[in-house]
Ligand binder design. Sequence first.
Ligand SMILES: Nc1nc2c(ncn2[C@@H]2O[C@H](COP(=O)(O)OP(=O)(O)OP(=O)(O)O)[C@@H](O)[C@H]2O)c(=O)[nH]1
Length: 772
Amino acid sequence: MGSVGNKYRVHEVAKDFGVPTKQITEILTKYAETPKNHMQVLEDRELSLIFEYLTQHNQVSGIQVIFAEGAKPAEKKQQPAAKPAEKKPEGKGESRSAKQETKPVSRVPQTKVVDTRKATAVNLDKYDEKLQDMAEGRTGGGRRAQQQTQGKEKFRNGGKRRDNGFSNKRKQEEADRLRRLRLEVIKKTPVTVQIPDEISVGELASRMKKTGAEVVKCLMKNGVMASLSQLIDFDTAAIIAEEMGCKVEKEVVVTIEEKLIDDHKDNEKDLVPRAPVVVVMGHVDHGKTSLLDYIRNAHVASGEAGGITQHIGAYQVQINGKPITFLDTPGHEAFTSMRARGAMVTDIAILVVAAEDGIMPQTVESINHAKAAGIPIIVAINKMDKPEANPERIKQQLTEYGLVCEEWGGDTIVCPISAKTGMGVDNLLEMLTLTAEVGELKANPNRAAQGTVIEARLDKGRGPVATLLVQNGTLKQGDIIIAGTSVGRVRAMVSDKGQKITSAGPSVPVEITGLSEAPTAGATFNAVADEKLARELVEQRKAEEKAKANAPVTKVSLEDLFSQIQAGEMKNLNLIVKADVQGSVEAVKASLEKLSNDEVRVRVIHGGVGAINESDVMLASTSQAIIVGFNVRPDNAARDSAARANVDMRMYRVIYDAINEIEAAMKGMLAPKFREVLLGHAEVRQTYKVSGVGTVAGCYVQDGKLQRKDCQVRLVRDGIVIHEGVLASLQRFKDQAKEVLAGYECGLTIEKFNDIKEGDIVEAFTMEEIPQ
Ligand SMILES: Nc1nc2c(ncn2[C@@H]2O[C@H](COP(=O)(O)OP(=O)(O)OP(=O)(O)O)[C@@H](O)[C@H]2O)c(=O)[nH]1
């Protein structure tokens, strides 16, 4: 017993008795020699004193009353202060059961077990534990349990003696009964389970505090056969959990990204108009750069303080007091590569078409890229100063691509201009502001900045330098930003006019320093509050990137087209058609689009003449499209990037084959028995006419190999397939060769084909059977 007194403090005594600490200290001050504060340890003598006092002041008429009625009367008298707290645990069942028992073990201590520290939130677990302690009569388990025993002792010593009616056996029985009651109560209280989007059966069982077998059985009853390790979705898990008497809560996992990046939707009232972001696209040499330069020079006041025009990748001009932001990288490559990264930066596209040249392949590409991005197109017919300019012809051509000018009843704005003389450029700019107004472009300048990396490089002196386009919020000097896998504090900010600035609002491009590394163009950036968390996120992103680089990307392919349609994942089948002549493009486009049915709409999002290039692959990749080629081949860059981006490219020689195959794929009946396996490429460097043999081509094997047996070849000239057939002979010097590897020269002839020219590419391949 003595050991108990060693650590029993004033406030604990007060709590256990459910009386204010003050009352205890008052008792002590009155009767003990030394007054105590609430943290001081009590000695046995002082404890007895308190017990004595409290017992005397809270007397009941006889011990029988307590036994007959339970602890209530004593409890009530003793501590009116603890009343509200008492109520809670009573409602929880445990105390109810204790009450029902009305055993002396719980007589005085019953008030003790109530945690009165916080009347509003009672720690029930603790309460349970205490009950257990009391019931089991544990003495070594806890200070309070010990104290309770001591309390009992004191009670007896206090004069109300009775026989020690509790034999050890009875105590044991009592404890057992209490434990059973407790288990009963626990069983009846519904367990609340948190279920994420997906959960394994085993994990669900443990969260529900059930055995795996019970859960598997319940699943089976519901027609789901799943093993313990198998994952089931939220809905299934929720049904099972409810059926098993649990309350279900959806577990929401908060990622670092969600914690760090504030991406709440802006309130309409916080939004203010922002400048449109404009991209200039068009065919090579049609005047994109000239136009961008003209606008910049005419509208950026050269005399601005400290201003030296800087090429930072974007610039802003004021037209009649309204700002317009131009992306300074002409062409759709940059635009599409940004879009490929998911960055939606531009609001309007200017399509530059040279008046004397008309619509060219890249013009068409540009139109389709802008259409795929869903942004309005304003056509600038350039080089109007040239005598041979023929704008009417261009307007006519534009209609073929769905761009009908306003004067012909359409809604496409067409502005004749000259980037050389400046004629019509102001009108074009006005049209831009008008289009922007229609678009009601808005942003909220009063929040953390968010936007896109336009350009980035490593500067010898300044370290990583990046041009950022703020799209929402305001970027300030000193902000911590995270841009893709780069993080840092904005050290210096320079505007497009070369001026040092300290903040940049929506649609404003700025060049900044302070990042840890040069981010990739097209990456999004965010200003954040927590640098440590930002660094953590960067590490996570880097790891994800690594994992992604190793994992194959699943893109649309003819093979799994049907399953995607079935799963309802595909509503549009996007195709890009490339062919050797314009006539084929049109014919294929029309026939393929006719394949549309109720479930899937077949859309040719781009069609053009010539080899499949990287831009086609990029467009396919961003628009989830399949590339269909007729008598054309992909160039090397396209082939590489298609492999990287997992873009499905299908080459055909006959239109009929293409239509049949795509139709079959849509119906899930595509059963390709053979697959083409590329062997290698050889360039024709010389040709000889040999009588009786035909044209012998002296070739250099560029990659892979050429082989004699089972080798089919395709002769490609400027990306167009001229012939497809088989090798008739393959030689190294005078000897027949079985195969010729990359880096070696060889001579070859193609069966029944002689029209081989220098510069042609021989593409060798075999057909491999696909195991069913
Ligand atoms: N006469 C005349 N020449 C122009 C006009 N605009 C551009 N040019 C000329 O056309 C040529 C090509 O212009 P760029 O601005 O370089 O064309 P681009 O579309 O940017 O070309 P890339 O950057 O190669 O794609 C240059 O020699 C310009 O001087 C114009 O309005 N009138």
